[in-house]
Design a protein around this ligand. Structure first.
Ligand code: ATP
Length: 513
C-alpha cells in the first residue's frame, strides 16, 4: 500500500476517532456518500465557512450575501440547462447488476494502457545508460502500438460524446474488452443518460407538474434574486452576491470520503459585470481566490490552476483550483466566466426582464457573470489532509498533530488545572470565563497533563494553558504552543492578547489586505 493510501486511511479513521466526521446513520450500516460532522467537525466547518463569508461579504463593500431556499420553481432548472444536460452516461452489468459510469470505465481502461507504457519506459530506463525517454517513446514498437490504441479510443470516445451517440459509447466498451470488476463478464446493458438531480414531489398529489428538485448548485438562487438584490440594495455594477448552502447530486461513483458526496455544501459568489470586461475580471478573481487559499499557509505546491479544455454549456472561460489530495490533484474550486447565459435564460423562461440600467453608460444590458464556486466539504478535506501529521519527537516518542491554520481550529484554547484540587480548578475556570466570550475553549481535569496535551494536539488546538501551584501564588500560568510544544510562563492578564494575535479570524483576514 502506498504512503498516500495509508495517509488517507489514517485521515478517515482520525476524523472519526476525534469527532470530526461520522458516516451518516452509522448504526444502520451507513448511507453511501452521505456524512455527518461531529462535535469538532462542525466547528472547523463553521470556521472555514466564516473565513470564506467574511472574506467575501465583510471585506468587499460591493459584495452582499443571501440565503435562498433549497427548493426552487422547477422551471429554474429548465432555464439553467440542468434538466436537459446535467447527467452522467451509465451502464449496468447484467450478471453482477453493478452499475458503472460508462465514461469512467473507458477512462480507466485508457489509464491502464498508459500504465503499461510507463512500465516499458521504466524497464528500458533501467537497461540502458544515457536513456533518452522522448526518443524511446517515439520509436519503440510496443509503446507506439499502445499509444495508437489510446489515441484511437480517445478519438472515438470524444466523437461519441460530442454527438451524444450512446450506442457508440457502449460499442467502445465492448471493443476494448472491458469486463465488470465483479462478475468478470462483458454482458453489458445499453448506455443511458442519468440525470444527477434528486427530484421529489411538492404537496400531496404525485404527477409530473408537481416534480421539484433539490438544488444541484446554489448559484441559481443567486441568479433568480439578481434584480431583488440589485434594486433593494441599490447595487451598482460591478457587484457580487455570495451564498453558502447545501446542494444535492445523485453521484453515481461516490467514493473518496467527503470528496464526492450526495449531499454537500457549496460556497458560491456570482460577480455581475459589464459585458466585455469578463476577461479582466476572470483573471482578477483567479488571483483573489488563490490568495485566499495561500493565506492559510498550506503548501503552495499542493495547489495549481487547471484550465478547462471542454467548456460547460454556459462558460466562455473556466478553470479549477486543484489541490493535491491523497488520491492525486483534483478540483477544489471552480472559477467560471459564465457570460450572460443564466440571466438571459431566466429572462426568456420567466418572461421578466433581467437587465441592469447602467447610469454611467446610460444604457440597459444583461450583465455578464464571473463565478467562484468552492465545495465546503472539499475544502475541509484539503485542510485535514494537509494538517494531519505524525511526528517523531526528540525523546524517540511519537505524536499525532493536526496543524490546522490556527484561526480555523475547532478549539482555540484548552485550559487545564494541573491537579483537580487546591483551588487550581477554580483558577482555571476564571481563565475560561475570560476567554469563552471570544473563543471556543475546552476545560479538562482528567488524566495526566501529557495525555491532555496529546488529545488537544490531535484536534488541532493551538494553545494549552496550565494552571499549577505557582499560578495560585503569582497569577501566572504556562501556555503551550501546539506546533513548537514550547511552554512559556506568562501572566494571566497577557493571555488574551497573545492568543488573539495567532488565532483570531481577524488575524487571518488581515493577510488578505
Ligand atoms: P467534479 O468534476 O468533481 O464532479 P464539478 O465540476 O461537477 O466537480 P462544480 O459543478 O463546478 O463541480 O461545483 C463547484 C464545486 O462544488 C466543486 O469545485 C467542488 O468543490 C464542489 N462539489 C461538486 N460536486 C461535489 C460533490 N459531489 N461532493 C462534494 N463537493 C462537490
Amino acid at each position: 500500500m502506498s504512503n498516500q493510501e495509508d495517509l488517507f486511511k489514517n485521515l478517515i479513521s482520525h476524523s472519526k476517532e476525534y469527532g470530526f466526521i461520522f458516516q451518516s446513520s452509522e448504526i444502520y450500516d451507513g448511507l453511501s456518500a452521505v456524512y455527518d460532522y461531529g462535535q469538532n467537525g462542525v466547528l472547523l466547518k463553521n470556521n472555514i465557512r466564516n473565513y470564506w463569508w467574511q472574506s467575501m461579504v465583510q471585506l468587499n463593500e460591493n459584495i452582499v450575501g443571501i440565503d435562498a431556499a433549497i427548493f426552487m420553481h422547477p422551471t429554474t432548472w429548465k432555464a439553467s440547462g440542468h434538466v436537459d444536460a446535467f447527467s452522467d452516461p451509465l451502464i449496468d452489468n447484467k450478471d453482477s447488476k453493478k452499475r458503472y459510469r460508462a465514461d469512467v470505465l473507458i477512462e480507466e481502461h485508457v489509464a491502464k494502457i498508459e500504465a503499461k507504457i510507463d512500465k516499458e519506459v521504466e524497464k528500458a530506463a533501467k537497461r540502458f545508460e544515457g536513456f533518452d525517454e522522448k526518443m524511446f517513446r517515439s520509436t519503440n514498437a510496443r509503446v507506439l502500438e499502445y499509444q495508437n490504441k489510446i489515441d484511437e479510443i480517445n478519438e472515438r470516445f470524444k466523437k461519441a460524446l460530442n454527438e451524444n451517440d450512446l450506442t457508440e459509447v457502449r460499442q467502445i466498451i465492448i471493443d476494448c474488452d472491458i469486463v465488470c470488476a465483479v462478475s468478470g463478464s462483458k454482458n453489458w446493458t445499453d448506455v443511458r443518460q442519468f440525470n444527477l438531480m434528486f427530484s421529489t414531489q411538492l404537496g400531496s398529489v404525485a404527477g409530473d407538474s408537481d416534480t421539484i428538485y433539490l438544488r444541484p448548485e446554489t448559484a441559481q438562487g443567486i441568479f433568480v434574486n439578481f434584480l431583488n438584490v440589485q434594486k433593494t440594495g441599490r447595487m451598482k455594477i460591478p457587484f457580487g452576491i455570495a451564498q453558502t448552502g447545501k446542494a444535492f447530486r445523485n453521484e453515481i461513483v461516490a467514493r473518496q470520503f467527503i470528496f464526492r458526496m450526495r449531499e454537500f455544501e457549496q460556497m458560491e459568489m456570482q460577480f455581475f459585470i459589464r459585458p466585455g470586461t469578463q476577461k479582466e475580471w476572470y483573471e482578477n478573481w483567479k488571483q483573489i481566490r488563490l490568495k485566499w487559499h495561500n493565506a492559510l499557509g498550506i503548501d503552495a505546491n499542493k495547489k495549481r490552476f487547471h484550465d478547462h479544455i471542454k467548456l460547460a454549456h454556459y462558460a466562455d472561460a473556466a478553470c479549477d483550483i486543484e489541490f493535491e489530495f491523497p488520491f492525486g490533484f483534483k478540483e477544489l474550486e471552480g472559477i467560471h466566466s459564465r457570460t450572460d447565459f443564466d440571466l438571459r435564460n431566466h429572462e426568456q423562461f420567466s418572461g421578466k426582464k433581467q437587465q441592469y440600467f447602467d447610469p454611467e453608460l446610460n444604457q440597459s444590458y444583461t450583465p455578464y457573470v464571473i463565478e467562484t464556486s468552492i465545495g465546503l466539504d472539499r475544502m475541509f478535506l484539503a485542510i485535514m489532509a494537509s494538517s494531519l501529521k505524525e511526528e517523531k519527537l526528540e525523546d524517540g516518542s511519537e505524536r499525532v498533530v493536526l496543524s490546522l491554520p490556527a484561526a480555523l481550529a475547532p478549539i482555540k484554547v484548552a485550559v487545564f488545572p494541573l491537579m483537580g484540587k487546591d483551588g487550581m480548578p477554580e483558577k482555571a475556570m476564571e481563565i475560561m470565563n475570560i476567554l469563552k466570550f471570544d473563543y471556543n475553549c475546552w476545560y479538562e481535569e482528567k488524566d495526566n497533563i501529557g495525555k491532555r496535551y496529546r488529545r488537544q494536539d490531535a484536534i488541532g488546538t493551538p494553545y494549552c494553558i496550565t494552571v499549577d501551584q505557582q499560578s495560585l501564588e503569582d497569577n501566572t500560568v504556562t501556555i503551550r504552543d501546539r506546533d513548537t510544544m514550547k511552554q512559556d510562563r506568562v501572566s494571566i492578564d497577557k493571555i488574551p492578547s497573545i492568543i488573539e494575535e495567532k488565532v483570531s479570524m481577524k488575524s487571518l483576514l488581515k493577510k488578505l489586505g
